[in-house]
Design a binder for this molecule. Structure first.
Ligand code: LER
Ligand code: MN
Length: 275
């Protein structure tokens, strides 16, 4: 079974937060009204929301929150796993622990996007990688008894210089070796970095826990040249049972983008779920 979420944030999120709607109440109401199954909540810190309030709103609208995404931890707080400074690494671990506590209340996974960090000037990739592995293991071992999974998102080379392709992500996760850390491929980044979309998804089916959906130009599915029926055929071959989340540019305006996305995905998802 495939379920569809839409990426949203709180009202006070940075302008650059990459979401369709802002404001928890409005986002949840609209997601339900438009026919989504859930919301992906983009946060800077866990205390931006009251878990009881979010749970009540989700229950009222019969929606789930399958994922908390953490791009703003990097973009707004400048915190990331590969930081050379030990105090900064302790701080990102603290922020992630609080995200994990919230995720455990909401039944969500926690994304590791650009907060994974990067290879600093003058250092070997292995040095950044070693710091990532150490922090990821610590965060994963905190999340494990709480039943929370972490999902590493490969992001294209124009945004960061570390973990660009799905293959890079899979290789790194094998080094982390924690049972509760998987992959969050994003079709937009894959379109830039991977040889194929479906092929790489199928190849790493054992690790793929959640997928960001956008068309080739980051507009709503259906507005670019990605072949979504072929992606669904690959998902079928890998017996994918999970969430896809619409993370698209809110253009020409958020409601239009959200409506275009669900309208183009709904027939594919209904077909997938009924077979
Ligand atoms: C976040 O999910 C993402 O895909 C990044 O491109 C945001 O910068
Ligand atoms: Mn993404």
């Amino acid at each position: 079974m495939i379920k569809v979420a839409v990426a949203v944030a709180t009202e006070d999120a940075m302008p650059s937060a990459f979401v369709v709607w802002r404001g928890i109440e409005d986002s949840i109401r609209k997601a339900a009204e438009f026919g989504y199954d859930g919301i992906e909540l983009a946060l800077k810190t866990a205390d931006q929301v009251n878990p009881e309030h979010v749970k009540r709103l989700l229950a009222e609208h019969n929606l789930a929150c399958p994922c908390i995404s953490t791009g703003q931890v990097f973009a707004a707080l400048d915190l990331y796993f590969t930081a050379r400074d030990e105090a900064r690494r302790r701080e990102v671990i603290r922020v992630f622990r609080e995200m994990i506590d919230l995720a455990s209340e909401l039944g969500a996974m926690v994304n590791i996007g650009r907060a994974r960090g990067f290879i600093e000037e003058g250092e070997e990739p292995e040095e950044a990688e070693a710091r990532f592995v150490e922090v990821a293991r610590e965060v994963a071992s905190y999340a494990e008894p709480k039943g929370v999974k972490l999902i590493l998102e490969p992001v294209n080379r124009y945004e960061i210089n570390f973990v660009n392709s799905v293959r890079d992500g899979a290789a790194l996760l094998r080094k982390v070796g924690a049972p509760n850390v998987g992959l969050m491929p994003d079709l937009f980044h894959m379109n830039i970095e991977d040889r194929t979309l479906g092929g790489e998804l199928e190849e790493h089916a054992d690790l793929v826990q959640y997928i960001h959906f956008a068309d080739s130009n980051r507009m709503a599915p259906g507005q670019g040249h990605t072949e979504f029926p072929a992606v669904f055929e690959s998902l079928r071959r890998m017996s994918y049972n999970g969430w896809v989340s619409v993370e698209i540019l809110p253009e020409p305006d958020p409601d239009t983008a959200a409506r275009q996305a669900i309208e183009s995905l709904r027939p594919l998802v209904e077909d997938y779920n009924s077979a």
